[in-house]
Ligand binder design. Structure first.
Ligand code: ADP
Length: 480
């Protein structure tokens, strides 16, 4: 089976969050299911720099007004289609905005172009390679499903995956005329969304299947609280909705063979973690002692509950804990954390920024990873925490609820507990969870038993890749 995957990020070439990890890891996992994946991504500078020898498959003289080429290349085992459109993608800053965090004003055009080219490939634009199924990720690629639905490739099965419903790609109504869609595409059953144009919405109404990245989030987005304006639509299409948990790339995230950490280790030899802990403490200017060492690796946003952490830090230190935080995001939060670190020299260390290698060291040296999210479609950092024996302390939402087993008495006695789960995501419950973690950490053998149980948990892609492959096969069977 040939699968065309389309996304705006792919690890290891371009990443701002979990989307990239998923898009980078799923093709390898699907190979074992008999699915051959090729992934279409924008030609950002970081992507073009890695291409090496690329083949030109198609030229566009005026793709939404700019010159572009469609390239094919193989990078790090990934079969890529790259949309090389310098006017759209060769820019400094991030994939969606400039260095100060302002969105590019022509994002509607940039990602309509990506989606249009995705639909072209579905229609046979690449000689000798036509996909059986098209799988698009998030709003940046979602319009592919609309272009396909209103074009010659309408019968090719289309899957749209929601990685985060908070990001919807909403634009003015006026752009509709430039999207190159037929007039009937405008309307409640098309791209129109509360009087404007909605890219994710257009994808969701056009898709043959909608997936999201955990079973609990699939339920949550049916409610007004988490549905973010799309719950009505999602409830109307619930027969097409599937919650499939993300996995992790167990080669890249493997404590027994991780090149970014000073000392590799396994669940049988947890003492190897000490060298990593010492390196981590040094890196963050923390005291070296036996106190429970909490870590945070996160976007600094309201979604991630990072505002709650500012006050919780004092509480964590008062209980005898230490904290290493690595993150970037909202400017007020970026500004608030260093002050807290100054108040608690040796107990709290903060690094504002994005550092993939350091994030590995933190999972390998920390005792527990704090994730107080208000909502969390799946979350990957708790899965890395499980794999590295850095026990997740998580809010009971979305994928966090699906992947961490709370250390209640029954679970601890059964040897099943893998972390601490609290609800709701508010200061009181968060303080309580930190207190429970500190107390549990005091019992070394119970803590280590939890670490081993966590490291045994299957966080690989194998089950989820099988579920995606089964979904693709079902959709294909319906059209053949
Ligand atoms: P989201 O995609 O919502 O940000 P996820 O938990 O799904 O959250 O994925 C986040 C990914 O980004 C993980 O791979 C995590 O390790 C990584 N990450 C987040 N912040 C940083 C950072 N400041 N430095 C390095 N990696 C980070």
């Amino acid at each position: 089976m040939k699968l065309l995957s389309i996304a705006s990020e792919i690890y290891p070439l371009i990443k701002t969050g979990g989307l990239a990890d998923v898009v980078g890891a799923l093709p390898g996992a699907l190979t074992g299911e008999g699915v051959e994946t090729r992934t279409l991504v924008p030609g950002y500078p970081a992507v073009i720099a890695h291409l090496g020898k690329a083949k030109i498959l198609k030229r566009y003289d005026a793709l939404f007004g700019v010159r572009a080429t469609l390239l094919s290349a193989k990078v790090d085992g990934l079969d890529l289609f790259v949309l090389n459109a310098a006017d759209f993608f060769a820019r400094p800053g991030g994939p969606y905005g400039d260095a100060t965090g302002n969105d590019w004003t022509d994002n509607w055009r940039r990602f309509a172009a990506l989606s249009r080219v995705g639909a072209d490939i579905a229609e046979g634009a690449v000689k000798g390679w036509r996909p059986d199924v098209v799988h698009v990720h998030d709003w940046q690629a979602a319009m592919t499903a609309a272009y396909m639905r209103f074009g010659p490739a309408h019968s090719v099965p289309k899957v749209v995956t929601i990685h985060n419903l908070a990001f919807q790609g909403r634009f003015d109504a006026e752009i509709f005329g430039e999207l190159g869609l037929p007039p009937e595409a405008w309307g409640v059953d098309g791209v129109e969304y509360y009087g404007g144009t909605g890219y994710l919405k257009a994808g969701l109404v056009s898709a043959d299947a909608i997936t999201t990245v955990s079973p609990t989030y699939a339920e949550e987005i049916r409610s007004p609280v988490h549905g973010m304006g799309l719950d009505g639509l999602i409830n109307g299409r619930v027969d097409r909705l599937h919650g499939i948990l993300n996995g992790v790339d167990t080669d890249i995230w493997n404590p027994a063979a991780d090149p970014s950490i000073p000392r590799t280790y396994s669940g049988r030899a947890l003492s190897g973690r000490i060298a990593n802990r010492i390196a981590l403490e040094k890196c963050f200017g923390l005291d070296h002692d036996d106190a429970p060492l909490f870590i945070i690796v996160s976007r600094l946003t309201w979604q991630k509950g990072m505002d709650l952490m500012i006050d919780a830090m004092d509480h964590l230190v008062a209980l005898g804990g230490k904290l290493a935080l690595l993150g970037s995001g909202d400017h007020p939060l970026e500004g608030a954390f260093p002050g807290a670190a100054d108040r608690h020299r040796g107990r709290v260390g903060v690094q504002i920024g994005y550092d993939e290698g350091l994030s590995h060291l933190m999972q390998a040296g920390g005792d527990a990873i704090l994730i107080p999210s208000r909502f969390e479609p799946c979350g990957l950092t708790q899965l890395y925490g499980l794999r590295y024996g850095c026990l997740p302390v998580v809010a009971r939402v979305g994928g966090l609820a699906d992947t961490v087993i709370d250390a209640n008495e029954a679970a601890v006695n059964a040897g099943a507990a893998t972390g601490i789960v609290f609800a709701p995501s508010d200061p009181l419950a968060l303080h309580g969870a930190i207190g429970r973690a500190v107390r549990l950490h005091g019992d070394k053998s119970a803590w280590q038993a939890m670490q081993r149980a966590a490291m045994r948990a299957d966080v690989s892609w194998s089950q989820s890749a099988a579920r995606y492959a089964a979904l693709y096969r079902d959709l294909l069977a319906q059209v053949r």
